[in-house]
Design a protein around this ligand. Structure first.
Ligand code: GDP
Ligand code: IMO
Ligand code: MG
Length: 442
């Protein structure tokens, strides 16, 4: 049974919490794209964990956690994260790293930052983690894979070529910064290869066996659909495909094995970095929501841009990913707001648009069309049953579901595991939904 979980907006929707929640019933959780630009928060029994590379299922002792081939992996960051998790009494023995995953090399974060500086006012606002440069090298076929870290002679030869012929000339001649020493990089990265060696494997047979056994597999998306390289607000996107499609190529799972695609959506909208965001609130109200929602980046600490729920974006994500179930998060953040607005369309060049336009200049200048709903002006953080929700909150949820074109099965009313309302009868309902909709197995 395969469930794909994707971010339905611009990232930070609360995927970490939902993955953790669903992991109780998962045998395997796979990260399939992105790298340590991601920051997924899990709050359990008063303890907060922030995962950048380790799949958010790691808190469950029987869940295998896989870093898939589609991920770009910074080995230094991963080792630090593993040490942190271990220091809190959690074993990382169940971690598996695809030998096909590409490695973030020391020049990638350096170039990420230098390229951003070069862009000046047109900068993207990347996380400076080297994500774009690492994926670019993968596509250029000059990337290093996790499996390469265990082959010192191969690594030495390849480093000689890539550093001396390509990267160092760029660093020195274009950016006037000191070159990197291939021998030092070799030593550092073979060291990582030794330390990560026990975890690095060909995941293909592992995933195939899990599929054959009928294991419950969860694909943990990073980022969000609007940051997708093709379908997001290019060039203000990340360098991978945080869509259901990307989850498949990033893990080696065939489309026919997928039972359900879930989308995580925040009850309002946030975005970190630059690029169009039609419902952005650049006023006191935006500031208020940012404060209540603690909207500061998990990875970079940057304040997140905040705005009303954008049903145009949500509807697009549902259609793009084939989302059949929505987890709506952070509804509690809207507790004291009244009225609440929902963007139902964009007015662009005199025409009402049903989906975000591919032309980002049109997107930047469009006028969001809003409908207004009454707020509920009470705390919902302690509510656990749908029937106990204030009527206005119920109406807001139903309206979002209607506008998105998919059922909302989970409503999250706080960061911790238990602050969750199952709207249609508990976790087992999800497996029913998996069986109900378009059966994908022959
Ligand atoms: P992710 O990248 O999608 O995993 O999301 P982040 O972890 O970057 O950001 C989500 C933030 O919201 C984290 O601090 C979570 O602990 C928090 N969070 C998740 N769900 C809820 C919720 O329902 N209510 C509130 N108030 N906070 C939540
Ligand atoms: P999670 O998984 C929110 C944004 C960056 C920047 C753009 C490109 O926590 O939801 P990159 O470093 O990827 O080249 O930056 O993408 N971005 C995210 N925004 N959540 C994320 O991950 C993000 N990962 C990247 O802010 O605008
Ligand atoms: Mg995040």
């Amino acid at each position: 049974m395969v469930t794909i979980l994707v971010g339905g907006q611009w990232g930070d929707e609360g995927k970490g919490k939902i993955i953790d929640l669903l992991s109780e019933r998962a045998d395997m959780v796979i990260r399939s794209q992105g790298g340590n630009n991601a920051g997924h928060t899990v709050v359990n029994a008063g303890q907060e964990f922030r995962f950048h590379l380790i799949p958010s299922g790691i808190l469950y002792p029987n869940t295998t956690c896989v870093i898939g081939n589609g991920v770009v992996l910074d080995p230094r960051v991963l080792l630090e994260e593993m040490a942190q998790v271990q220091s809190r009494g959690i074993s990382t023995d169940r971690l598996v790293i695809s030998d096909r995953a590409h490695v973030i090399m020391p020049w990638h974060p350096v170039l990420d930052k230098l390229e951003e500086e070069q862009r000046g006012d047109d900068r993207l606002g990347t996380t400076w983690r080297g994500i774009g440069p690492a994926y670019a090298d993968k596509i250029r076929r000059i990337g290093f894979r996790a499996g390469d870290l265990q082959k010192p002679r191969f690594l030495q030869k390849k480093l000689g070529f890539v550093l001396n012929k390509i990267k160092n000339p760029i660093l020195q001649e274009l950016y006037h910064v000191p070159p990197l020493d291939p021998e030092a990089v070799l030593e550092e990265y073979t060291g990582y290869g030794e330390r990560l060696g026990p975890y690095i494997k060909d995941i293909f047979p592992i995933v195939q066996q899990a599929l054959a056994r009928g294991d419950r597999i969860l694909l943990e998306g990073a980022q969000g659909s609007m940051l997708d390289l093709d379908f997001g607000t290019y060039p203000y996107v990340t360098s991978s495909s945080p869509t259901a499609g990307g989850a498949l190529t990033g893990s080696g799972i065939p489309p026919t094995a997928v039972d359900l695609t879930m989308g995580v959506m925040k009850a309002y909208t946030t975005r970190v970095g630059y690029g169009p965001m039609p419902t952005e609130l650049v006023d006191a109200l935006g500031e208020q929501i940012r404060k209540i929602g603690v909207e500061y980046g998990t990875t970079t600490g940057r304040p997140r841009r905040v705005g009303w729920f954008d049903a145009v974006v949500a509807r697009y994500s549902v259609a793009l990913n084939g989302i059949r179930s929505i987890a709506l998060t952070k509804l509690d953040v809207l507790d004291q707001l009244d009225p609440i607005r929902i963007c139902t369309g964009y007015l662009s060049k005199g025409e009402l648009q049903a989906y975000p336009m591919s032309n980002i200049s049109h997107l930047k200048h469009c006028e969001p069309v809003y409908e207004t709903m009454p707020g509920w002006r009470s705390s919902i953080a302690d509510i656990r049953r749908p029937e106990d929700l204030p009527k206005a909150a119920r109406r807001y949820i139903d309206r979002l579901s209607e506008l998105c074109g998919a059922p909302i099965d989970i409503v999250s009313v706080g960061p911790s595991r238990d602050q969750t309302i199952w709207m249609q009868g508990g976790p087992s309902r999800l497996s029913v939904r998996q069986r109900e909709h378009e059966p994908s197995h022959p």
